[in-house]
Design a protein around this ligand. Sequence first.
Ligand code: NDP
Ligand code: GDR
Length: 330
Amino acid sequence: MKSALITGITGQDGAYLAQLLLNKGYEVYGVIARRSTDTLWRLNYLGIKEQVNLIEGDMSDLSSLIRAVQISNASEVYNLAAQSFVGTSWEQPILTANVTGVGVVNLLEAIRLTDPTIRYYQASTSEMFGLVQEPIQSETTPFYPRSPYGVAKLYGHWITVNYRESFNMHTSSGILFNHESPLRGIEFVTRKVTDAAARIKLGVQDKLHLGNIDAKRDWGFAGDYVEAMWLMLQQDQGDDYVVATGKTTTVRDMCEIAFKHVGLNYIDHIVIDPQFYRPAEVDLLLGNPTKAMKQLNWEPKTNLEQLITMMVDADMKRVKGEVQILAEVQ
Ligand code: NDP
Ligand code: GDR
């Protein structure tokens, strides 16, 4: 039986990827960081908590990563762990650099020292395009990150490429555009909006405070995107791939979809609050996934309307108390 190790298994993508790999018959191991509260709610929600093997570790602790790679005996390692919230990266730039940037080389070293034939996936990001240098971004578009998070991810991206070129390791970098789901963290804008739409509909919230609603993003469904991660590691060679839908939408129009789904007009409930503006904004992201579609035979299956309505429906159930997601109880 094949084994895989996932860092960030308690996050949105980690949970979906663990589910995908379990369905494919893998023995799944996950690195779990020590926290004072339970972080297993997503694995619980998907009903897979008992099926994964958890190993304590932290991206900033090389010895713990070596231990995790050894214990798991993995032939594939997926590095999804990060301080992943762009806004927080201005508040904690050094932590972000250590975890999201240097953490990558820690894990690559753990692999190189243990078994350099292990295949490696790096969670790169469209945030590396930042101040976009081309209207539609592909694998050849120059990078221009706009946040400490984007800068840290750029290091992670290039060190992944470098280990492929230096040591002939099978490393792949997935340049994933925004992807969302009912398991998205509440601080990210889609989930903040779908949760608010549900709460306002059910009378437990009045207003929704947002920042720049003119920002445009290429949003897809996390469940579709984890498939692309797995496909990258099944190729003969490691490579870099953009994973996106090829459509971009403003935060404003995404709000309209969410509120309309519960019979509300978003304009009546939104308050523009400069507190949520960013020191440097990424105004527009729009990816060209042609390479992933051709070489990986991957395609996005869920459009934005389906995605947002799925998230609103899940939040309606949660706010009504029909489904309990422990970490999200407010
Ligand atoms: P989440 O924020 O939901 O999950 C991040 C994970 O990283 C959590 O499991 C978290 O653990 C873990 N983590 C954080 N710090 C450490 C640490 N020091 N040591 C070990 N683990 C740590 O992110 P997503 O699932 O949305 O994203 C997965 C990856 O993909 C991230 O690297 C993200 O930057 C990247 N990405 C995401 C995109 C998106 O749209 N979702 C797009 C492009 C890239 P804990 O639960 O304990 O906090
Ligand atoms: P992003 O996602 O920064 O693209 O990073 P986020 O959902 O946080 O922001 C998207 C856009 O919405 C605007 N915005 C707001 N954002 C938040 N969070 N809260 C608000 O109130 C708000 N109002 C407007 C933002 O300014 C921004 O333009 C996500 C993360 O998952 C990263 O880890 C990942 O790398 C990228 O997606 C691709």
